[in-house]
Structures are given as structure tokens and as C-alpha cells.
Write a protein that binds this ligand. Sequence first.
Ligand SMILES: CC(C)(COP(=O)(O)OP(=O)(O)OC[C@H]1O[C@@H](n2cnc3c(N)ncnc32)[C@H](O)[C@@H]1OP(=O)(O)O)[C@@H](O)C(=O)NCCC(=O)NCCS
Length: 156
Amino acid sequence: MSLPPYAVRAAEDPADREACFAVRKEVFVGELGVPEDVEYDAYDARAVHVLAVRDDGVPLGTGRLLHGEAAAARNGGDPEVGSLGRLAVTRDARGLGVGAALVHGIEEAARARGLRAVDLHAQTRALGFYERLGYEAYGPEFQGAGLPHRAMRRSL
Ligand SMILES: CC(C)(COP(=O)(O)OP(=O)(O)OC[C@H]1O[C@@H](n2cnc3c(N)ncnc32)[C@H](O)[C@@H]1OP(=O)(O)O)[C@@H](O)C(=O)NCCC(=O)NCCS
């Protein structure tokens, strides 16, 4: 199976941001049962949101990068480490490279901001996905939004 042409871009206008939030609602709230008031948080206002969208306008996936103080709060205070999160690809578009393209788009946004590494909290069942992309797990498993997670990091 292959996908129609699509692009990955920073969601800079309101319509693109709404598309990112709609994908998160479908995947995290609808599919994974994350409560809506946990899914959307105060970091959304300061994050770089990245959108994967088909050329005909259908959104396929999203993810976000936290940087500066918002990321340092999660990364032991290191301002040069960004934080990747809320990565989601719509069910029909999975397994076709969109998730990997989103991670690369977020890493590009991190490099453009002078960051030297990207940190993330991976659902335990998604560890293999991030390992393929060069991330290494560290620390113990913990619960986040009711799901088991591990911290992972990749140097840029
Ligand atoms: C995790 C997720 C973002 C992956 O997106 P995707 O578009 O399906 O992934 P890709 O097609 O880009 O996969 C890239 C590679 O990782 C592999 N992969 C995908 N999911 C995997 C998993 N759970 N475990 C191990 N490998 C995985 C793919 O087979 C592919 O390998 P290849 O490069 O050898 O072909 C997607 O499954 C998703 O949205 N899941 C629900 C939400 C979620 O769990 N988000 C992650 C929160 S931490």
C-alpha cells in the first residue's frame, strides 16, 4: 500500500493547528482513551506543532516540539534539549512512514532552534518505533496519562 502525496510542515496558521488538535482527539482521546483535559495542556500554546497533511487537505498525523523553559521543565533543566510529544498518525495512514517523517520534521525544527538533543516519553509499546529512529531508552518505566512509558533521547 502507498499513500497519496503528502507534506510535513510546521503548523503556523490556525487551520493547520486545528488539524493537529483534531488528529490528537481522534487518536489519543478516541482511540487510546486519554481524557480530553489531559490531552490538551498549557504547553500547547508554546509548542511548535508539526502537521502531516495529504495534498488534498486530509490530515494524516501530528506531533509537537517543546523548547526553552517548557522543555527544560521536563528535561532536568537543560535548555538545549527539546521535548518531542503528542505524536499521532491516523489509523488508516499507519505503517507507511508518516510517523517517521513527523519525527524528522520535529528534529529539523529542533536543530533550527539550536537544540543538541531531543527527549521524549514513549509509550512502552512504541519503543521499537523510536529505536529505529535512533532514540535510546533510559530510566525506569512510569505511568503517563494512564499508559506505561519510558524516557528516550537522541542527540542531533
Ligand atoms: C506510533 C505511531 C506514531 C507510528 O507512526 P507510523 O506512521 O505508523 O510509523 P512509520 O510507518 O513511520 O514507522 C516507521 C518504522 O517504525 C516501525 N514501527 C511502527 N510502529 C512500531 C511499533 N509500535 N514498534 C516497533 N516498530 C514500529 C515501522 O514498521 C517502520 O519500520 P521500517 O522503517 O523498518 O519500515 C503510530 O502508530 C500512532 O500514531 N500510534 C498511536 C498513537 C501513539 O501510540 N503515539 C506514540 C506516543 S509515544
